[in-house]
Design a protein around this ligand. Sequence first.
Ligand code: VG1
Ligand code: CO
Length: 571
Amino acid sequence: YQVKEISTKPFDGQKPGTSGLRKRVKVFQQEHYTENFVQAIFDSIKAEGATLVIGGDGRYFSPETVQTILKIGSANGVKKLIIGKDSILSTPAASNVIRKYKADGGILLTASHNPGGPNNDFGIKYNVSNGGPAPENVTNKIYEITKTIQRYKVIEADPVDLSVIGKARYGPTEVQIIDSVADYVELLQDIFDFQLIKDFLQNNAASFRILFDGLHGVTGPYARAILVDTLGLPEASIQNCVALPDFGGGHPDPNLTYAHSLVEVVEAKNIQFGAASDGDGDRNMIYGKGAFVTPSDSVAIIADWAHVIPYFKKGGVKGLARSMPTSKAIDLVAQKKGLEYFEVPTGKSMPLNKGWKFFGNLMDAGRLSICGEESFGTGSDHIREKDGIWAIMAWLNIIAAANKESPNELIGIKELLKKHYAVYGRSFFSRYDYEEVSSEGANKLVALLDGAITLSSLANKTYKSKSTNQDFTIASVTNFSYTDPIDGSVSKNQGQVVLFDDGSRVVFRLSGTGSAGATVRLYVERYVGPEAGEKVLAGDTAEGLKGLIEVALEISNLKEFLGRDEPTVIT
Ligand code: VG1
Ligand code: CO
């Protein structure tokens, strides 16, 4: 096979975070742009003789990019490419395939929950052999190469038909097209008690109905295989489950704002258990009739009930973890159970883009089993990415087990939350996002808080909420920094944390994923102990946090700095 060298010039800004390189499709479509980045990946890993997994969320421009990878990969000596049929593998499914087939890594074509289609986003992400996102030394190397690249190598062979499962060849490279769903379904069958779930759902078919919304992202075929084909649920229990290259024009992000298609039907049809996932399948939202589960509570409840999940029954729970701004609900579970627990930086933090890697490091070291982020990410050490459908199945497994324990009442999402709060108390939690604000304003806000940290000027100050009359006294203001207990790396400047003497907490962070201007995230958490009683514990989140949010806005002078009265999104 003749290897051709094509000369090229570097493009600016091909800097991948651990969530990969995310840009507009039009940017990737520029001549040589995608080729340069793909060649840079092969230059920064040991491509010669490698086995790599290729897949993604099926978004627009994916099939073309797979052919580009075949051309360049074969020319760089890649031995074998394992490709999801039609270029589809959800992010968690790809993580599993990399681990299961002992591949050297994988290239995922996804921009997660960002909209897709010719005028929206595309992305290329490299994962390493543990199935997790590439660490910073790898992504930095890729970036360095893109800055000086002068040529890329190709082999021109016949394109591979990605729709035919089985073995093929591209020039000297072996190709194996695999079923996108089968390995993942097998994985979940080893983890959860499918029979228990099936029995429960069959016995309560009328009183406990399920609705999964794929938001036209990649999880559609996975949800169908699991919920309809394996658990035998009716067709009506899934919607928007045909994966579309532009996600049907929607914003495939499972939260109360963007997953309104789920929320509306759940409310209108009184559905007890609703759930949604994002474009690439790593996020999840659990939402039943009148019962929204915050991701912070979700991971705490999964941890509390882990003993009913066969995977944890067998292997035990090694430790628990959350990202810093996630509520401390999971800490309380860890304390009660005597488990080790960790607070790690948020996935994408400027300037260090380290992603799910913090969790992955702890998992590889055998110290972490269950973890989550408030941003609708929940996962475990079965793979090295967060996993939307895993979280949904964990909830179904727990609900089925809880109902078996208490056969005389129907336990749904609401009842589980109530039981949890009665034992552990409740962390009222909310996140306010101020998207696309001026970077100048955002920097002023950060500077104000950093100044207060340096001078200790806020400590012991008391603020009164005008609307609720509550007093909040500041105990400390700190800038979160994390020392990885496994590799010793230190991550500084991970967000400003204002702690109050009643244990309430407010966190300010700049987003690392925003595409224009700056995005400021404000996280608020207020803990209420179980002694407060059922009525208070079941209260409305916005109500419960009103006073604290008012005080947070006052302390940070946020409205003035950002020029915004209201946030863009509240979750
Ligand atoms: C956001 C979330 C963070 C998550 C990251 C990647 O980052 O807050 O928790 O890990 O997205 O999610 P930021 O820096 O914008 O706050 V995903 O589904 O794109 O892997
Ligand atoms: Co995602």
